[in-house]
Write a protein that binds this ligand. Sequence first.
Ligand SMILES: *Cc1c(COP(=O)(O)O)cnc(C)c1O
Length: 396
Amino acid sequence: MMNFSNELRDELDEIEAAGLTKRERLLTSPQGAHITTVQGPALNFCANNYLGLANHPEVVAAAHEGLDGMGFGTASVRFICGTHTQHRELEKEIAEFLGTEDAILFPSAFDANGALFEVLLGNEDAVISDSLNHASIIDGVRLSKAKRFRYENRNMAELEQCLKDAQGSRRILVVTDGVFSMDGYIAPLAEITALAEQYGAAVAVDDSHATGILGSHGAGTPAHAGLSDRVDIVTGTLGKALGGASGGFVASTGEVVELLKQRGRPYLFSNAVAPSLVAGARTALRLAREGDDLRERLTKNAEHFRSRMTEAGFDLLPGSHPIVAVMFPGEDGARQASAIAEDMLKLGVYVIAFSFPVVPQGRARIRVQLSAAHSEADVDACVDAFIASRDRVAHR
Ligand SMILES: *Cc1c(COP(=O)(O)O)cnc(C)c1O
């Protein structure tokens, strides 16, 4: 009989007292620019639904077809009897999209990163990781026996020092997020790949917040930087721009993919991506590839939001990505950000405040994510709510 629930209650109380409790809002509608929560309708500015494909009629129709044609589940992992022809088709389409030899699907990008480092790197090897890399990279790196080095976010002098320190290792792998999710900053791939080449390292990019969004045809940060042939490994998700359901992948050489199929534990021991999701993701991938118009609308929305917010005196992290961090720095920032986000929901605009430990102490923010599904009027409504709630919270 479990006898430590009371201790867990204490821990939960500490989280609550520190103002760090995360509360889930219950939605009663599909994901989209306009959603309904149990409190009422809202304009949604906190989904990774960059291209508006999460409830796109063609994606939904394709998923229905996948469901009707191939059933609800595979009831197996891939290597036993869980591989449908469409799993291989999607893998080939991802590889073609990103310009790699092959790709391998995982239940999620979290799992893709969980597999990657353990399989490719042993104790003679080194992995060099950006300090703001996604939690799944941090965990994946922990699972490998490689020597670990960490450089401050996008600090190329520190990266170079890590590369020097890692010399003598059998393999050196530099890993970075393509886009950093809390800041919307794009990784400096030109510098990273040049340094990697100079010091004989390979480069892996987790492009979860860029696939479908940046670069020619939405092929991500390597394409955006014109460096697709210089990045050795790309991990990504089907859970954001590419339909937003679930599934992740690693795209790389045939050997990397094959070894991951032989040894990647989340691949070997966790179920295949469900048939309806594979079918939906294939259509989402096609729409993303062909979606220059969607990317144009997304870029316009991000520009419009950034320019109006700056005009209204908000403190934004600079950039062009549809992730926009509206900063509330200093000691009172966390309280301010969360009070404003709460108040905005009352005005029908759904945004989320982030504070420590998700972001550094004193760097609280409201993260806004634009979508191609937003109209200009939606974006204006969001800015207007920011302004109104800032005033209301200040005059309480
Ligand atoms: C969202 C995200 C993931 C996790 O993706 P899932 O497919 O939902 O597991 C991994 N890495 C990065 C950089 C992400 O932004």
